[in-house]
Design a protein around this ligand. Sequence first.
Ligand SMILES: [Cu+2]
Length: 347
Amino acid sequence: MSHGKFKWRLTAIIAMIALVLGGCSGEPFLSTLTPQGENAEVLFDLMMLATGIMTLVTLVVIIIFIYVSLKFRRTKERENLIPKQVEGSHKLEIIWTVIPIILLLVLAVPTVAATINLSADKDSIPENALQVNVTGKLYWWEFEYPSEEIITSQDLVIPAGERVYLKLKAGDVKHSFWVPAIAGKMDTNTDNDNYMWIHAYEPGMFYGKCAELCGPSHALMDFKVRVLSKGDYEKWVANMKQPTEVPTDNVAQTGQEIFAKSCAGCHAVESNDPRPAAGRLAPNLSNFADRERVAGIKEMTPENINAWLADPETIKPGNKMTNTYNLNPEEIEAVTQYLLTLSKENK
Ligand SMILES: [Cu+2]
């Protein structure tokens, strides 16, 4: 390879690494390096401690290496010198056994303490804490608030400044619930409930990901955590409890009729869907229009809703909506207009 070509390739690689790393930070928060919640902060501190210890060890080794290479380098005077033989030295054996033990203890004690501190189970939930049942499904998330009797999908809405307790389960295959900036990961399994708590400090929008390879659209299984002030959260709950309004617009009304025939078997439009968890086959749409994204990934615009309804398979391969209905473009437009009326905000 010519020198110029090599340089160009190196530049391209460095640019790509910079882009990838750039994706790890910035708003909206999807980074463990900008902790915005209690769990994330504990994990970040552990990461810093481990990185600090590793950096220290690397530096000490490099310094000793350079020092020894220079000090004991081969010279004319030392041509035939045999260095001092240290095989079996008790002093050295003790030094290089004790130092790593100390370093591992410095790492292990806070790690074990944090693991205990961050863990949760059924019995650790305080009586008046907010509890949300989280269910991961191919490729969307359901959030059920048992005490409020509200069900929502894709956007988990929680109040700032308090611990919210999550009971996590999977509806089909294993998934993993991860909101990098607020909390660590927790698997959602099909055969048992897992528990965790999350605590976001300030209101804001945080991005969540599925962290367990679950199928072709795993990387698209995004969700949001919307953190509201306590007052706004209570307002949101009160709004969510309101029955869904009937559309007044003609096109939207037609859309509602089509929806009732083609979509309502799986999707509920009331937040208090009475069906049992196993019967809730698709995202609850009672506040669909309040979401930032269509299907968790596309910007919320009428064009994107149309595109999703026309061909969900190209947008999220392997999703469960593919081939479940057959609507013409006019019907799709009507359903889109209806979906855009499904809002619980600004009431
Ligand atoms: Cu996944």
